[in-house]
Write a protein that binds this ligand. Sequence first.
Ligand code: NAD
Length: 344
Amino acid sequence: MKNVKFGLIGCGRISQKHFEAIDEIENAEVISCSDIIEKRAKEAATKYGIKSYYKNYIQMLDKEEIDCVLICTPSGLHPKIGIEAANRKVHVVTEKPMAIDLKSADKLVHACDDNQVELFVVKQNRLNPSIQLLKKAIDKNRFGRLFSANITVRWTRPQSYYDLAKWRGTWEFDGGAFMNQASHYFDLIQWLMGPIESVMAFTNTLDHSIETEDQGAGIIHFRNGALGTAEVSMNTYPKNLEGSITIMGKKGTVKVGGVAVNKIEHWMFEEYDDDDKLIEQSMTNPTNVYGFGHLGFLKNVVEALQGNAIPNTDGRDGRKSLELILAMYESAKSGKKIALPLTY
Ligand SMILES: NC(=O)c1ccc[n+]([C@@H]2O[C@H](COP(=O)([O-])OP(=O)(O)OC[C@H]3O[C@@H](n4cnc5c(N)ncnc54)[C@H](O)[C@@H]3O)[C@@H](O)[C@H]2O)c1
């Protein structure tokens, strides 16, 4: 089968996960990479045996025969870069969040539609084995009526993390703890619990010199009547302690915790199911909070581009958690309850 040829844009911290994953996937290769800091692109090309590298990603798109881009730049740049790729009939994989405002997220979705290319938004935590088990339990209706859901992200980020790059902690390119660090958790809560009616939130910047929040608390009213809560902190003493989701229903309670939703802490259901035997083997022990999911995510991308699978998370799916987070921000700013869908 023909190889899927990738071009990666933005050779910073998360790019490593993409390079390593593509290396492991049959029928896939990164043929070019680019970074405005040329040295980074050159170093990545040398390290991963990539044929060419560029400072300017437009030149890369115009000169190389790329099937799909992997966008790993600061978040606020994802839509612009994705649209440039789509307009050249190149498929798009964008890191999360797909954008930091809805208007540009929609422009990206429409550019991909108009050019008949696929748009994939990286949501690798959905693929954690323990989260997959939880999703199956919900789909099988093992919880009965859903009552509540909670996401807790108790992590720590030193000021030096934000000082690594100018885009971090800015409204224009990043967003705060909700938009960046907790975005996978907001994605999970809406993916597992279903459509949202309204939200309320408080956010604050307590211990960092950044524009955006490092602490937040939110409440979600789901359309099915269940209530959700979110507690997010980048100020946890002394280290990353917890990244969890808890779901409670009439006939079941599950908490998937650990530092990054990788460990089942409670798994209780009224009725037995053979999936209960899989709990132990579903737990993973990732070395960092990014987890192992990029490989599974990018395998699905390759299979989808070869016509053998449906995209795991497309642009419309990726947009849902963005809308939820933006609604939280609107509530925190206005002090009001915010109803979904958002308008702009
Ligand atoms: N899926 C996950 O769990 C996960 C984890 C971490 C980061 N991310 C996301 O990945 C993205 C990047 O994060 P990071 O931590 O790797 O950031 P980073 O600052 O380490 O890397 C970003 C890179 O993009 C480059 N860049 C900036 N503008 C560019 C342009 N116009 N063209 C080419 N390159 C450009 C920068 O020079 C830098 O090397 C963010 O959107 C972030 O939210 C996702």
